[in-house]
Design a protein around this ligand. Sequence first.
Ligand code: SF4
Length: 530
Amino acid sequence: MAPGSKQAGERGRPAYFVGPWDLNRDLACLPATPGDGTVVLVESRAKGSALPYHRQKLVLVLSALHHFADELAAAGHEVEIINAETYVEGLRVHVREHRSEKIVALAPREWGLYRSLAAADRSGELGAPLELHDDGGQGGHFLLTRDEFADWADGRKALRMHEFYAFMRKRSGWLMERGKPLGGRWSFDTKNRKFPRDEPVPDVPRHRPDALTRAQIERVAAWPGHWGDLSAETFGWPVTRRQALAELRDFFAHRADGFGPYQDAMLTDAPWLWHLRLSAALNLSLLHPQEVCERIVAEQAAGRMPLASAEGLLRQVLGWREFMRGIYWLKMPELRARNRLGAERALPAFFWDPSLTDMHCMQQCVGQVRATGYAHHIQRLMVLGNFALLAGIEPIEISHWFWAAFVDAYEWVELPNVHGMAVFADDSFTTKPYAASASYINKMSDYCAGCRYDPKRRTGDSACPFNALYWAFMHRHRGVLEDNPRLGVLYRTWDRWDDAQRTAILDQAEAFLGAMPAAEHEWTFSDDRG
Ligand code: SF4
């Protein structure tokens, strides 16, 4: 018998399933020693076509996956990339051909695949037992295991990010001094709302596509039904760990000091500002959150990063990111169906084509996402999400848009952010809707200066739509929002106005919404087709 061949009934070595978001050699979904099993990566056609994903997102995921496969092969691993209809189908084919002893994987980060893998395991469809490891804690990507987050949440009346963040700061000891937060406060947000009037915006590195990435660009460009600009001349996302680390170094060398003060600012035709730009690389596991947090703490300790900047960034990675992922697993699958405010309006067509609106802030933010697959947190929350909230866009419609349109969006992060933070479809982990009129956008951006609308007017042809929409939203949801102590003052203002004023505002909002064309969908989302 030839060496390595198997007798009838004999099982082969394990298959190690590496999801396209598990691209890191330290994760428990890889064999400890090359040769202990085959690393299996699957390109799922169903997943790739479940939404009209941004073309740069598809290229990023595919290029990162192929680069990682090459890196593993160079390190002596046996690697197979399978193109299959679904992840489950790819694994089934591999197990059948190799008679794999078992499948080792990290728990998938998205509910759809988690459920379909578990179902296939239960029914025996995979052909080998499935050994799932937690995607957090030792050998995982996140800092907490799913059980650790559930333990933190257990018994709490309300789930609040600031309490979770304090728990994570104490647990890690990061930016802590003798058990207290460094600088005496957990958050330095009040110092982080400056506008860079005369500050030159720093350049950011572009990671030029190599032959492998260019091949994926050509491949994706030929696929129908996807969205977003794509060319080899402009694509520049980091697709390897080496590039992600270079981006991290560049951030700390050139942008870290400005990150805090200017993190909420928005400037015309300036997508990157002082932002880290590594959410996509983090979400593919090219970087581990622990190394990013440790670097932030080290830069602050060495005096190279102001405390307000360091704390603001640490809160995003250690606080918000882990909190959103914990909430997702606590609340799925019900979270998808939540619609606290009963919003039912279809997504406006200008979320896909910004030339269909004359609102300069929406043109800028949607246009930037179409060009790059990226917008920073305030553009997402206070322009795009705020508009969806005020206009009453159905939560799952705007959620699918964020999922499809952003290079860093996966359901575990976008769904709690969109449903909880942006459109208040779930009120169990946020205190109030992030609703804002034009005055916020005018304060934090230069968009209004280049707009045909007047941010100070509520009615009339030149009035900014955000203003009438804001008051109509507050009026529409008075029964839900009035008792919120942070919103009561708004209703006292509304009540002071006379009937004619209030009617004019409501008519203005209704006329705007009535004239807003809805997007036409040519796709039907199914989370089972992962
Ligand atoms: Fe946006 Fe209104 Fe400002 Fe125009 S005036 S940029 S629509 S907030």
